[in-house]
Design a protein. Structure first.
Length: 551
Protein backbone atom coordinates (compact mmCIF):
# COMPACT_ATOMS: atom_id res chain seq x y z
CA UNK A 1 0.00 0.00 0.00
CA UNK A 2 2.93 2.34 0.70
CA UNK A 3 4.25 1.81 -2.80
CA UNK A 4 0.80 2.53 -4.28
CA UNK A 5 0.43 5.69 -2.16
CA UNK A 6 3.89 6.78 -3.37
CA UNK A 7 2.79 6.20 -6.99
CA UNK A 8 -0.29 8.39 -6.42
CA UNK A 9 1.91 11.13 -4.97
CA UNK A 10 4.34 10.96 -7.89
CA UNK A 11 1.73 11.12 -10.67
CA UNK A 12 -0.22 13.95 -9.01
CA UNK A 13 2.88 16.00 -8.17
CA UNK A 14 3.91 16.49 -11.80
CA UNK A 15 2.14 17.92 -14.83
CA UNK A 16 4.62 16.30 -17.25
CA UNK A 17 3.40 13.23 -19.11
CA UNK A 18 6.93 11.80 -19.22
CA UNK A 19 7.18 11.95 -15.41
CA UNK A 20 3.81 10.20 -14.98
CA UNK A 21 4.77 7.52 -17.50
CA UNK A 22 8.11 6.89 -15.76
CA UNK A 23 6.42 6.59 -12.36
CA UNK A 24 3.93 4.03 -13.72
CA UNK A 25 6.71 2.04 -15.39
CA UNK A 26 8.68 1.95 -12.11
CA UNK A 27 5.63 0.78 -10.20
CA UNK A 28 4.74 -2.02 -12.62
CA UNK A 29 8.36 -3.15 -12.75
CA UNK A 30 8.37 -4.07 -9.06
CA UNK A 31 4.72 -4.64 -8.02
CA UNK A 32 3.18 -8.08 -7.67
CA UNK A 33 0.63 -9.28 -10.22
CA UNK A 34 -2.31 -9.06 -7.77
CA UNK A 35 -1.61 -5.36 -7.19
CA UNK A 36 -0.93 -4.65 -10.87
CA UNK A 37 -4.42 -5.69 -11.92
CA UNK A 38 -5.94 -3.34 -9.35
CA UNK A 39 -3.77 -0.38 -10.37
CA UNK A 40 -4.72 -0.99 -13.99
CA UNK A 41 -8.40 -1.12 -13.03
CA UNK A 42 -8.22 2.05 -10.92
CA UNK A 43 -6.16 4.01 -13.44
CA UNK A 44 -8.50 3.13 -16.33
CA UNK A 45 -11.65 4.28 -14.56
CA UNK A 46 -13.18 1.07 -13.22
CA UNK A 47 -15.96 2.11 -10.89
CA UNK A 48 -15.85 1.26 -7.20
CA UNK A 49 -18.75 0.77 -4.82
CA UNK A 50 -18.94 3.00 -1.78
CA UNK A 51 -18.34 1.04 1.42
CA UNK A 52 -19.99 3.45 3.86
CA UNK A 53 -21.84 6.78 3.82
CA UNK A 54 -19.88 10.01 4.21
CA UNK A 55 -22.06 10.95 7.21
CA UNK A 56 -20.80 7.96 9.16
CA UNK A 57 -17.20 8.76 8.19
CA UNK A 58 -17.62 12.31 9.51
CA UNK A 59 -18.91 10.99 12.84
CA UNK A 60 -16.35 8.21 13.32
CA UNK A 61 -13.34 10.32 12.31
CA UNK A 62 -14.34 13.20 14.61
CA UNK A 63 -14.88 10.77 17.50
CA UNK A 64 -11.53 9.04 16.94
CA UNK A 65 -9.74 12.39 16.66
CA UNK A 66 -11.37 13.57 19.90
CA UNK A 67 -12.89 16.72 18.41
CA UNK A 68 -16.52 17.93 18.22
CA UNK A 69 -18.35 17.32 14.95
CA UNK A 70 -18.69 21.06 14.25
CA UNK A 71 -14.91 21.47 14.36
CA UNK A 72 -14.47 18.51 12.03
CA UNK A 73 -16.94 20.10 9.59
CA UNK A 74 -15.10 23.44 9.69
CA UNK A 75 -11.80 21.63 9.09
CA UNK A 76 -13.33 19.72 6.19
CA UNK A 77 -14.68 22.89 4.59
CA UNK A 78 -11.23 24.48 4.79
CA UNK A 79 -9.33 21.43 3.51
CA UNK A 80 -11.93 20.82 0.80
CA UNK A 81 -11.50 17.03 0.60
CA UNK A 82 -13.06 14.54 3.02
CA UNK A 83 -10.46 11.79 2.52
CA UNK A 84 -7.59 14.21 3.11
CA UNK A 85 -9.30 15.76 6.16
CA UNK A 86 -9.71 12.36 7.83
CA UNK A 87 -6.14 11.34 7.02
CA UNK A 88 -4.79 14.55 8.57
CA UNK A 89 -6.83 14.73 11.79
CA UNK A 90 -6.51 11.10 12.95
CA UNK A 91 -3.87 10.38 15.58
CA UNK A 92 -0.67 8.71 14.42
CA UNK A 93 -0.61 4.92 14.69
CA UNK A 94 2.24 3.08 16.39
CA UNK A 95 1.40 -0.22 14.70
CA UNK A 96 1.58 0.60 11.00
CA UNK A 97 1.74 -2.32 8.57
CA UNK A 98 2.39 -2.49 4.84
CA UNK A 99 -0.11 -4.95 3.47
CA UNK A 100 -0.46 -4.99 -0.34
CA UNK A 101 -3.07 -3.03 -2.29
CA UNK A 102 -5.04 -6.14 -3.30
CA UNK A 103 -5.42 -7.06 0.38
CA UNK A 104 -7.14 -3.75 1.08
CA UNK A 105 -9.38 -4.03 -1.99
CA UNK A 106 -10.55 -7.45 -0.82
CA UNK A 107 -10.88 -6.08 2.73
CA UNK A 108 -13.19 -3.28 1.54
CA UNK A 109 -15.19 -5.65 -0.62
CA UNK A 110 -15.81 -7.98 2.31
CA UNK A 111 -16.55 -5.06 4.65
CA UNK A 112 -19.25 -3.69 2.32
CA UNK A 113 -21.61 -6.55 3.28
CA UNK A 114 -21.32 -5.99 7.06
CA UNK A 115 -23.50 -4.02 9.48
CA UNK A 116 -22.64 -0.40 10.30
CA UNK A 117 -21.17 -1.42 13.65
CA UNK A 118 -18.97 -4.05 12.00
CA UNK A 119 -17.96 -1.53 9.34
CA UNK A 120 -17.02 0.99 12.01
CA UNK A 121 -14.77 -1.50 13.75
CA UNK A 122 -13.18 -2.60 10.47
CA UNK A 123 -12.56 0.93 9.21
CA UNK A 124 -11.08 2.16 12.50
CA UNK A 125 -8.79 -0.89 12.62
CA UNK A 126 -7.64 -0.08 9.08
CA UNK A 127 -6.96 3.57 9.99
CA UNK A 128 -4.76 2.40 12.87
CA UNK A 129 -2.76 0.17 10.51
CA UNK A 130 -2.07 2.85 7.90
CA UNK A 131 0.12 5.94 7.76
CA UNK A 132 -1.22 9.33 6.67
CA UNK A 133 -0.55 8.90 2.94
CA UNK A 134 -1.94 5.36 2.92
CA UNK A 135 -5.01 6.45 4.92
CA UNK A 136 -5.74 9.11 2.32
CA UNK A 137 -5.71 6.52 -0.49
CA UNK A 138 -7.71 4.03 1.60
CA UNK A 139 -10.35 6.71 2.28
CA UNK A 140 -10.61 7.51 -1.42
CA UNK A 141 -11.10 3.84 -2.25
CA UNK A 142 -13.60 3.33 0.57
CA UNK A 143 -15.73 6.35 -0.37
CA UNK A 144 -15.61 5.56 -4.13
CA UNK A 145 -14.10 9.00 -4.80
CA UNK A 146 -10.78 7.76 -6.17
CA UNK A 147 -9.78 9.87 -9.17
CA UNK A 148 -6.36 10.12 -10.72
CA UNK A 149 -4.99 12.80 -13.05
CA UNK A 150 -3.69 10.28 -15.54
CA UNK A 151 -5.32 9.52 -18.87
CA UNK A 152 -5.76 5.96 -20.06
CA UNK A 153 -3.34 6.79 -22.86
CA UNK A 154 -0.54 7.46 -20.38
CA UNK A 155 -1.16 4.11 -18.66
CA UNK A 156 -1.29 2.31 -22.00
CA UNK A 157 1.95 3.91 -23.20
CA UNK A 158 3.67 2.98 -19.95
CA UNK A 159 2.59 -0.67 -20.29
CA UNK A 160 3.52 -0.70 -23.98
CA UNK A 161 7.00 0.58 -23.11
CA UNK A 162 7.47 -1.88 -20.26
CA UNK A 163 6.18 -4.99 -22.05
CA UNK A 164 7.29 -4.03 -25.58
CA UNK A 165 3.78 -4.35 -27.03
CA UNK A 166 2.13 -1.91 -29.42
CA UNK A 167 -0.02 0.66 -27.55
CA UNK A 168 -3.08 0.00 -29.75
CA UNK A 169 -2.87 -3.71 -28.94
CA UNK A 170 -2.70 -2.95 -25.21
CA UNK A 171 -5.71 -0.62 -25.49
CA UNK A 172 -7.82 -3.33 -27.13
CA UNK A 173 -6.82 -5.94 -24.57
CA UNK A 174 -7.74 -3.88 -21.51
CA UNK A 175 -11.04 -2.54 -22.82
CA UNK A 176 -14.31 -4.26 -22.07
CA UNK A 177 -15.85 -6.38 -19.33
CA UNK A 178 -13.25 -7.74 -16.90
CA UNK A 179 -13.24 -7.97 -13.11
CA UNK A 180 -10.04 -7.18 -11.15
CA UNK A 181 -11.15 -9.66 -8.46
CA UNK A 182 -11.04 -12.56 -10.93
CA UNK A 183 -8.83 -11.42 -13.84
CA UNK A 184 -5.18 -12.45 -14.08
CA UNK A 185 -2.93 -9.50 -15.01
CA UNK A 186 -0.61 -11.48 -17.30
CA UNK A 187 -3.54 -13.10 -19.14
CA UNK A 188 -5.11 -9.68 -19.63
CA UNK A 189 -1.91 -8.17 -21.04
CA UNK A 190 -1.24 -11.13 -23.35
CA UNK A 191 -4.81 -11.12 -24.64
CA UNK A 192 -5.61 -14.68 -23.58
CA UNK A 193 -9.01 -13.54 -22.25
CA UNK A 194 -10.21 -11.95 -25.50
CA UNK A 195 -11.74 -15.03 -27.09
CA UNK A 196 -13.71 -15.77 -23.93
CA UNK A 197 -15.39 -12.35 -23.94
CA UNK A 198 -17.65 -12.26 -26.98
CA UNK A 199 -18.95 -8.82 -26.01
CA UNK A 200 -15.56 -7.13 -26.17
CA UNK A 201 -15.69 -3.73 -27.92
CA UNK A 202 -12.94 -1.95 -29.83
CA UNK A 203 -11.18 1.18 -28.57
CA UNK A 204 -12.89 4.24 -30.04
CA UNK A 205 -11.21 6.50 -32.57
CA UNK A 206 -11.60 10.13 -31.46
CA UNK A 207 -11.32 13.36 -33.45
CA UNK A 208 -9.34 16.51 -32.71
CA UNK A 209 -10.96 19.96 -32.88
CA UNK A 210 -10.24 21.68 -36.17
CA UNK A 211 -8.08 24.67 -35.35
CA UNK A 212 -6.68 25.75 -38.73
CA UNK A 213 -8.55 26.75 -41.88
CA UNK A 214 -10.19 24.15 -44.11
CA UNK A 215 -7.67 24.91 -46.86
CA UNK A 216 -4.96 23.29 -44.70
CA UNK A 217 -6.72 19.94 -45.28
CA UNK A 218 -6.06 20.02 -49.02
CA UNK A 219 -8.63 18.89 -51.58
CA UNK A 220 -12.22 18.65 -50.32
CA UNK A 221 -12.66 15.51 -52.45
CA UNK A 222 -10.23 13.66 -50.17
CA UNK A 223 -12.57 14.05 -47.20
CA UNK A 224 -15.82 12.53 -45.99
CA UNK A 225 -18.08 15.03 -44.20
CA UNK A 226 -20.84 14.06 -41.74
CA UNK A 227 -22.96 15.79 -39.14
CA UNK A 228 -21.59 15.61 -35.60
CA UNK A 229 -24.53 14.14 -33.73
CA UNK A 230 -25.34 15.05 -30.13
CA UNK A 231 -25.93 11.70 -28.43
CA UNK A 232 -23.97 8.92 -26.76
CA UNK A 233 -21.10 7.45 -28.79
CA UNK A 234 -21.47 3.68 -28.86
CA UNK A 235 -20.79 0.36 -30.54
CA UNK A 236 -23.33 -2.33 -31.43
CA UNK A 237 -21.67 -5.74 -31.50
CA UNK A 238 -23.18 -9.06 -32.66
CA UNK A 239 -21.17 -12.21 -31.91
CA UNK A 240 -22.19 -15.84 -31.35
CA UNK A 241 -25.87 -15.04 -31.47
CA UNK A 242 -25.74 -12.27 -28.86
CA UNK A 243 -26.12 -8.51 -29.22
CA UNK A 244 -24.19 -6.03 -27.07
CA UNK A 245 -24.20 -2.23 -26.85
CA UNK A 246 -21.20 -0.38 -25.42
CA UNK A 247 -20.75 3.29 -24.63
CA UNK A 248 -17.52 5.18 -25.25
CA UNK A 249 -17.00 5.17 -21.47
CA UNK A 250 -16.62 1.37 -21.63
CA UNK A 251 -20.02 0.83 -20.03
CA UNK A 252 -22.15 -2.08 -21.23
CA UNK A 253 -25.50 -0.36 -21.85
CA UNK A 254 -27.39 -3.16 -23.64
CA UNK A 255 -30.20 -3.34 -21.10
CA UNK A 256 -30.75 0.43 -21.07
CA UNK A 257 -31.75 0.41 -24.74
CA UNK A 258 -33.99 -2.64 -25.31
CA UNK A 259 -35.06 -1.28 -28.73
CA UNK A 260 -31.81 -2.56 -30.20
CA UNK A 261 -32.65 -6.19 -29.46
CA UNK A 262 -34.87 -6.27 -32.55
CA UNK A 263 -31.62 -6.09 -34.56
CA UNK A 264 -30.35 -9.39 -33.13
CA UNK A 265 -31.99 -11.48 -35.85
CA UNK A 266 -30.75 -9.37 -38.74
CA UNK A 267 -27.23 -8.11 -38.02
CA UNK A 268 -24.80 -10.86 -39.13
CA UNK A 269 -22.53 -12.53 -36.58
CA UNK A 270 -19.06 -11.06 -36.28
CA UNK A 271 -20.15 -7.43 -36.74
CA UNK A 272 -19.16 -4.32 -34.78
CA UNK A 273 -20.77 -1.01 -35.80
CA UNK A 274 -19.62 2.38 -34.48
CA UNK A 275 -22.19 5.15 -34.16
CA UNK A 276 -24.38 7.30 -31.96
CA UNK A 277 -27.20 6.42 -29.57
CA UNK A 278 -29.68 9.22 -30.16
CA UNK A 279 -33.36 9.94 -29.60
CA UNK A 280 -35.12 10.07 -32.95
CA UNK A 281 -38.67 10.44 -34.26
CA UNK A 282 -40.26 10.84 -37.68
CA UNK A 283 -38.97 14.42 -37.81
CA UNK A 284 -35.38 13.31 -37.24
CA UNK A 285 -33.00 13.72 -34.27
CA UNK A 286 -34.39 14.95 -30.97
CA UNK A 287 -32.56 17.16 -28.42
CA UNK A 288 -30.01 15.55 -26.12
CA UNK A 289 -32.16 16.62 -23.18
CA UNK A 290 -34.71 13.98 -24.27
CA UNK A 291 -32.03 11.29 -24.17
CA UNK A 292 -31.07 12.49 -20.68
CA UNK A 293 -34.45 11.32 -19.39
CA UNK A 294 -33.24 7.75 -20.01
CA UNK A 295 -29.67 8.04 -18.76
CA UNK A 296 -29.13 6.62 -15.30
CA UNK A 297 -32.52 4.92 -15.04
CA UNK A 298 -32.43 1.30 -13.90
CA UNK A 299 -35.86 0.52 -15.34
CA UNK A 300 -37.06 1.81 -18.70
CA UNK A 301 -40.84 2.20 -18.57
CA UNK A 302 -43.21 1.95 -21.52
CA UNK A 303 -43.84 5.69 -21.26
CA UNK A 304 -40.13 6.49 -21.53
CA UNK A 305 -39.83 4.22 -24.57
CA UNK A 306 -42.67 6.15 -26.17
CA UNK A 307 -41.49 9.64 -25.17
CA UNK A 308 -37.79 9.09 -25.84
CA UNK A 309 -37.43 6.57 -28.69
CA UNK A 310 -33.86 5.84 -29.70
CA UNK A 311 -32.18 4.78 -32.91
CA UNK A 312 -28.55 3.95 -33.61
CA UNK A 313 -27.02 6.32 -36.16
CA UNK A 314 -24.27 4.23 -37.74
CA UNK A 315 -21.22 5.90 -39.24
CA UNK A 316 -18.53 3.23 -39.26
CA UNK A 317 -18.03 -0.53 -39.21
CA UNK A 318 -14.91 -1.98 -37.57
CA UNK A 319 -15.59 -5.72 -37.55
CA UNK A 320 -17.13 -7.63 -40.47
CA UNK A 321 -17.54 -11.38 -40.86
CA UNK A 322 -15.66 -11.79 -37.58
CA UNK A 323 -12.59 -9.95 -38.88
CA UNK A 324 -11.08 -6.72 -37.60
CA UNK A 325 -11.31 -4.34 -40.59
CA UNK A 326 -9.96 -1.20 -38.91
CA UNK A 327 -6.99 -1.25 -41.30
CA UNK A 328 -9.34 -0.86 -44.27
CA UNK A 329 -9.72 2.71 -45.50
CA UNK A 330 -12.60 4.92 -44.39
CA UNK A 331 -14.03 4.79 -47.90
CA UNK A 332 -13.91 0.97 -47.99
CA UNK A 333 -15.51 0.68 -44.56
CA UNK A 334 -18.28 3.09 -45.57
CA UNK A 335 -19.22 0.89 -48.55
CA UNK A 336 -19.48 -2.15 -46.27
CA UNK A 337 -21.47 -0.19 -43.68
CA UNK A 338 -24.00 1.04 -46.23
CA UNK A 339 -24.52 -2.49 -47.53
CA UNK A 340 -24.99 -3.94 -44.02
CA UNK A 341 -27.49 -1.26 -42.95
CA UNK A 342 -29.50 -1.66 -46.17
CA UNK A 343 -29.58 -5.46 -45.83
CA UNK A 344 -30.70 -5.28 -42.20
CA UNK A 345 -33.51 -2.84 -43.06
CA UNK A 346 -34.71 -4.95 -46.00
CA UNK A 347 -34.69 -8.19 -43.99
CA UNK A 348 -36.59 -6.54 -41.18
CA UNK A 349 -39.15 -5.05 -43.60
CA UNK A 350 -39.77 -8.51 -45.12
CA UNK A 351 -41.02 -9.79 -41.75
CA UNK A 352 -42.55 -6.70 -40.13
CA UNK A 353 -44.82 -3.83 -40.98
CA UNK A 354 -42.69 -0.70 -41.05
CA UNK A 355 -44.68 2.35 -39.94
CA UNK A 356 -43.62 5.70 -41.47
CA UNK A 357 -44.04 7.46 -38.12
CA UNK A 358 -41.66 5.02 -36.42
CA UNK A 359 -38.10 5.32 -37.83
CA UNK A 360 -36.19 2.06 -38.08
CA UNK A 361 -33.92 1.52 -35.08
CA UNK A 362 -30.74 1.31 -37.23
CA UNK A 363 -30.11 4.39 -39.36
CA UNK A 364 -27.20 5.28 -41.61
CA UNK A 365 -25.65 8.62 -40.64
CA UNK A 366 -25.92 10.62 -43.89
CA UNK A 367 -22.92 12.16 -45.58
CA UNK A 368 -22.77 15.91 -46.15
CA UNK A 369 -22.17 16.11 -49.88
CA UNK A 370 -20.27 19.23 -51.05
CA UNK A 371 -18.08 20.30 -53.95
CA UNK A 372 -16.09 23.06 -52.20
CA UNK A 373 -14.95 24.08 -48.73
CA UNK A 374 -17.09 27.22 -49.04
CA UNK A 375 -20.15 25.05 -49.57
CA UNK A 376 -19.29 23.02 -46.47
CA UNK A 377 -18.86 26.22 -44.48
CA UNK A 378 -22.38 27.25 -45.47
CA UNK A 379 -23.82 23.86 -44.54
CA UNK A 380 -22.13 23.97 -41.16
CA UNK A 381 -24.24 27.04 -40.36
CA UNK A 382 -27.29 24.72 -40.53
CA UNK A 383 -25.94 22.50 -37.74
CA UNK A 384 -28.20 23.77 -34.95
CA UNK A 385 -31.24 23.36 -37.21
CA UNK A 386 -30.20 19.72 -37.64
CA UNK A 387 -29.74 19.36 -33.86
CA UNK A 388 -26.10 18.71 -34.67
CA UNK A 389 -22.99 20.07 -32.95
CA UNK A 390 -21.22 20.74 -36.25
CA UNK A 391 -19.32 18.77 -38.86
CA UNK A 392 -17.08 15.68 -38.69
CA UNK A 393 -14.32 15.45 -41.30
CA UNK A 394 -12.69 12.08 -42.02
CA UNK A 395 -9.96 11.48 -44.56
CA UNK A 396 -11.27 8.90 -47.04
CA UNK A 397 -7.98 6.99 -47.04
CA UNK A 398 -7.69 6.89 -43.24
CA UNK A 399 -7.71 3.71 -41.18
CA UNK A 400 -9.65 3.40 -37.91
CA UNK A 401 -7.11 4.24 -35.21
CA UNK A 402 -7.19 4.10 -31.41
CA UNK A 403 -7.79 7.13 -29.21
CA UNK A 404 -7.33 10.75 -30.22
CA UNK A 405 -4.97 11.13 -33.19
CA UNK A 406 -4.21 14.22 -35.25
CA UNK A 407 -4.44 14.37 -39.01
CA UNK A 408 -7.23 12.11 -40.25
CA UNK A 409 -10.35 12.83 -38.16
CA UNK A 410 -11.40 16.36 -37.23
CA UNK A 411 -14.46 17.78 -35.48
CA UNK A 412 -15.56 21.24 -36.61
CA UNK A 413 -18.11 22.35 -34.02
CA UNK A 414 -20.32 25.40 -34.22
CA UNK A 415 -19.57 28.20 -31.80
CA UNK A 416 -21.15 27.70 -28.36
CA UNK A 417 -24.16 29.65 -27.16
CA UNK A 418 -23.11 32.24 -24.60
CA UNK A 419 -24.45 34.51 -21.87
CA UNK A 420 -22.76 37.22 -19.78
CA UNK A 421 -23.50 36.51 -16.11
CA UNK A 422 -22.24 37.25 -12.62
CA UNK A 423 -20.51 35.00 -10.09
CA UNK A 424 -22.72 34.67 -6.97
CA UNK A 425 -21.36 31.60 -5.13
CA UNK A 426 -18.29 29.37 -4.98
CA UNK A 427 -16.94 26.25 -3.36
CA UNK A 428 -13.56 24.60 -3.33
CA UNK A 429 -12.48 22.25 -6.06
CA UNK A 430 -10.95 18.81 -5.79
CA UNK A 431 -7.53 17.29 -6.37
CA UNK A 432 -4.86 19.93 -6.90
CA UNK A 433 -7.55 22.62 -6.60
CA UNK A 434 -8.89 21.40 -3.25
CA UNK A 435 -7.52 24.49 -1.48
CA UNK A 436 -8.95 26.98 -4.01
CA UNK A 437 -12.47 28.18 -4.72
CA UNK A 438 -12.82 27.02 -8.33
CA UNK A 439 -16.41 25.71 -8.61
CA UNK A 440 -18.70 28.64 -9.36
CA UNK A 441 -22.42 29.40 -9.50
CA UNK A 442 -23.63 32.06 -11.94
CA UNK A 443 -26.73 34.22 -12.22
CA UNK A 444 -28.56 36.52 -14.64
CA UNK A 445 -31.08 39.27 -13.81
CA UNK A 446 -34.84 38.95 -14.01
CA UNK A 447 -37.08 41.83 -15.12
CA UNK A 448 -37.11 43.24 -11.56
CA UNK A 449 -33.32 43.21 -11.34
CA UNK A 450 -33.20 40.20 -9.00
CA UNK A 451 -30.34 37.76 -9.57
CA UNK A 452 -31.48 34.28 -10.67
CA UNK A 453 -28.97 31.42 -10.65
CA UNK A 454 -28.94 29.22 -13.73
CA UNK A 455 -25.63 27.36 -14.07
CA UNK A 456 -22.46 26.10 -12.42
CA UNK A 457 -19.05 25.90 -14.08
CA UNK A 458 -15.52 25.02 -13.05
CA UNK A 459 -13.43 25.15 -16.22
CA UNK A 460 -12.17 27.68 -18.74
CA UNK A 461 -9.88 29.91 -16.68
CA UNK A 462 -6.09 29.84 -16.41
CA UNK A 463 -4.41 28.89 -13.13
CA UNK A 464 -3.55 32.55 -12.63
CA UNK A 465 -7.17 33.60 -13.11
CA UNK A 466 -8.43 30.88 -10.75
CA UNK A 467 -6.01 32.18 -8.09
CA UNK A 468 -7.28 35.73 -8.59
CA UNK A 469 -10.95 34.66 -8.31
CA UNK A 470 -10.10 32.58 -5.23
CA UNK A 471 -8.60 35.65 -3.61
CA UNK A 472 -11.74 37.66 -4.45
CA UNK A 473 -14.03 34.98 -3.00
CA UNK A 474 -12.12 34.82 0.30
CA UNK A 475 -12.31 38.60 0.68
CA UNK A 476 -15.98 38.96 -0.32
CA UNK A 477 -17.89 36.14 1.40
CA UNK A 478 -21.47 37.04 2.33
CA UNK A 479 -22.84 33.76 3.74
CA UNK A 480 -21.78 30.16 4.37
CA UNK A 481 -23.89 27.13 3.46
CA UNK A 482 -21.78 24.05 4.22
CA UNK A 483 -18.91 24.13 1.69
CA UNK A 484 -20.63 26.83 -0.40
CA UNK A 485 -19.82 30.53 0.02
CA UNK A 486 -22.05 33.23 -1.43
CA UNK A 487 -20.11 36.29 -2.55
CA UNK A 488 -20.67 39.88 -3.54
CA UNK A 489 -21.99 39.86 -7.13
CA UNK A 490 -19.22 41.80 -8.83
CA UNK A 491 -17.29 39.51 -11.20
CA UNK A 492 -18.77 39.14 -14.69
CA UNK A 493 -18.00 36.17 -16.94
CA UNK A 494 -19.04 35.05 -20.40
CA UNK A 495 -20.39 31.54 -19.97
CA UNK A 496 -20.51 29.24 -23.00
CA UNK A 497 -22.64 26.11 -23.36
CA UNK A 498 -23.53 23.56 -26.02
CA UNK A 499 -27.29 23.38 -25.53
CA UNK A 500 -30.23 24.67 -23.52
CA UNK A 501 -33.46 23.04 -22.37
CA UNK A 502 -36.46 23.71 -20.17
CA UNK A 503 -36.04 22.48 -16.59
CA UNK A 504 -38.42 22.45 -13.65
CA UNK A 505 -35.54 21.68 -11.27
CA UNK A 506 -33.88 25.04 -11.81
CA UNK A 507 -35.31 28.30 -10.50
CA UNK A 508 -34.47 29.94 -13.81
CA UNK A 509 -36.61 27.40 -15.67
CA UNK A 510 -33.71 26.41 -17.94
CA UNK A 511 -30.73 24.06 -17.84
CA UNK A 512 -27.61 24.50 -19.97
CA UNK A 513 -25.36 21.72 -21.24
CA UNK A 514 -21.57 21.63 -20.77
CA UNK A 515 -21.23 25.14 -19.31
CA UNK A 516 -17.72 26.59 -19.10
CA UNK A 517 -16.19 30.02 -18.71
CA UNK A 518 -15.20 31.48 -22.07
CA UNK A 519 -13.64 34.62 -20.60
CA UNK A 520 -13.57 36.88 -17.58
CA UNK A 521 -15.37 40.08 -18.60
CA UNK A 522 -13.33 42.59 -16.61
CA UNK A 523 -14.53 45.18 -19.11
CA UNK A 524 -18.20 44.74 -18.25
CA UNK A 525 -20.11 46.02 -15.18
CA UNK A 526 -22.68 43.84 -13.40
CA UNK A 527 -25.46 46.17 -14.56
CA UNK A 528 -24.86 45.01 -18.15
CA UNK A 529 -25.11 41.25 -17.67
CA UNK A 530 -27.73 39.32 -19.63
CA UNK A 531 -31.26 38.82 -18.38
CA UNK A 532 -33.49 35.83 -17.76
CA UNK A 533 -35.46 36.91 -20.85
CA UNK A 534 -32.24 36.60 -22.89
CA UNK A 535 -31.83 33.03 -21.63
CA UNK A 536 -35.43 32.19 -22.50
CA UNK A 537 -34.97 33.68 -25.96
CA UNK A 538 -32.06 31.25 -26.49
CA UNK A 539 -34.31 28.45 -25.22
CA UNK A 540 -37.02 29.39 -27.70
CA UNK A 541 -34.57 29.55 -30.60
CA UNK A 542 -32.16 26.69 -29.88
CA UNK A 543 -33.55 24.65 -27.02
CA UNK A 544 -36.02 21.98 -26.16
CA UNK A 545 -39.30 23.15 -24.68
CA UNK A 546 -39.80 19.66 -23.29
CA UNK A 547 -38.77 19.54 -19.64
CA UNK A 548 -35.47 17.63 -19.46
CA UNK A 549 -36.23 16.53 -15.90
CA UNK A 550 -39.73 15.20 -16.42
CA UNK A 551 -39.51 14.01 -20.00
Amino acid sequence: MKRFAQLIEEVTASTKTTDKTSAIVRYFTHANAEDKIWVLALFTGRRLKRTISSTRLHEWAADLAGIPLWLFEETYHNVGDLSETIALILPESNSQTDKPLHYWMEYLNELSTRTDEEKKEGIINAWYELGTAERFVFNKLMSATFRIGVSQGVVVNALAKLYNVDAQVITHRIIGKWDPFTTNFEELLTGEHIDTDVSKPYPFYLAYPLEEGLESLGNVKDWQAEWKWDGIRGQIIKRKGELFVWSRGEELITEKFPEYQQLLEYIPDGTAIDGEVICFNNNGPMPFSILQTRIGRKNVSKKILEDAPVVFLAYDIIEYNGEDIRSNTQQERRVILERIVDEVRLQYADKHEVKPEEPFVLQLSPLVEVETWDELTSKREMSRDMLSEGIMLKRKESIYQTGRKRGDWWKWKVEPLSIDCVLVAAQKGSGRRSSLYTDYTFAVRDKDGKLITFAKAYSGLTDKEFAQVDDFVKRNILEKFGPVRTVKPQLVFELGFEGIAASSRHKSGVAVRFPRMLRWRKDKPVEEINTLDDLKALLQTYGSAKDEDNG
